[in-house]
Design a protein around this ligand. Sequence first.
Ligand code: AMP
Ligand code: ZN
Length: 459
Amino acid sequence: MKLRLFDTYTRSVRDFEPLKPGEVGMYTCGPTVYDYAHIGNLRTYIFEDILRRVLEFNGYRVDHVMNITDVGHLTSDADTGEDRMEKGSKRTGMTAWQIAELYTQEFQKDLARLNIKEPSVWCKATDHIQEQINVIQCIEEKGYTYRTSDGIYFDTSKLSDYGYLARLNIEGLQAGARVEVAEKRNPTDFALWKFSPLGEQRQMEWPSPWGTGFPGWHIECSAMSAKYLGEYFDIHCGGEDHIMVHHPNEIAQTQACYGTRLANFWMHGYFLQIDETRMGKSVGNFLRVQTLIEQGYDPMTWRFFCLGAHYRAKLNFTWESLDGAAKAFDRLRQTVYQWGDPSTLDEGYMDTFAEQVNDDLNMPRAIALVWDLVKSDLAPSVKKATILAFDEVLGLNLAGWQPPAAAVVPNEVMALVEQRQLARTEKRWKDADTLRGQIRDLGYEVEDTAQGARVQPRK
Ligand code: AMP
Ligand code: ZN
């Protein structure tokens, strides 16, 4: 079956055709590195990783670019408030540059813990200031900009279809007084370049043709995607919040400068919620992968949990459902391990799997197929080969997993176990019971099985 993907731009599931045969250019909006990533952010990166793996499963070579937003993202998406990096700097006492470095590394560590493939290109906004200035100049030359006291803005009224991605009702917005306008000509206008406040030196600022300052949040994505993937490429992704502001603004900039709508497919992952509210850094209800580890979970459980829901459905987090996922995932890993060495794939299962993942990444159905395979009466070696092929997409690292090594039992305990065995063969039951008590006192439990005595740490 052909790969079909939901495109937010057309609001439809469409056949995926790459622009260049055999190759896919994919850009994923990366983190703003002023704090740790939470498991909601990581749900979005897991969705993007699955998308990339499905493309590779279909034989495409994927050129994957991810940016690191280390300047310019203000506390409000409407270009007001403080720069998140400078705010993070005040919170932690480190410089903006230091926190960018720290949280970038922490983010990359989280990706590795979730077996998310690294992009082919990482690009930082602060390493591409000149590229951003060039795109702003291009937009200016085409006549889409104006100046206010605090920066250079994009005049969205000059584009006839501004906000099409979001299906924005521009007239409604103009009429309503809800959106902060200040010196902006239109409520939807946004900053391309912000000036450093008069008399204040920011930690991150650069000279530009318009004055010292820093780039707006959206321009980095238009500039860096064009640099690494070209002016029009295959797929652009992010979380659902980007449908309303960030992505329409990226499209506006690219349309003004290069005349394209940036990407052929626009794809968005839906939110992770907790108590039916969005998990967010600003909401203060967020959990990190590290939190899950501290609670005794294997981080890969988070990946397994996310695969249980379609990326276009909101997902609610509860500890009970995480426990359920942990148990199911453990059962799956144990089962797959016991299947031993792989032999040949089962073509029927492979075809069904391809159909499901190619149907707009239907991972819940692919996971149901995994359980169906587990229950099937195929030979264990065939099941093993088949599930390892599925795992190229699932990314659960089933091939590399081994049951935790049994705890080494101290000699002292083993000596008591042997004495107890002897007592049992000699039918000295009272002695055997006393020895069991001594073993227990040392923190171990002995159990008599058909294969002999089994010793385990006491639970
Ligand atoms: P940020 O670091 O805030 O720029 O966000 C990084 C990515 O996570 C973006 O693609 C956001 O759309 C996405 N995101 C933010 N909050 C959530 C959430 N609760 N669930 C899923 N994705 C989210
Ligand atoms: Zn972006």
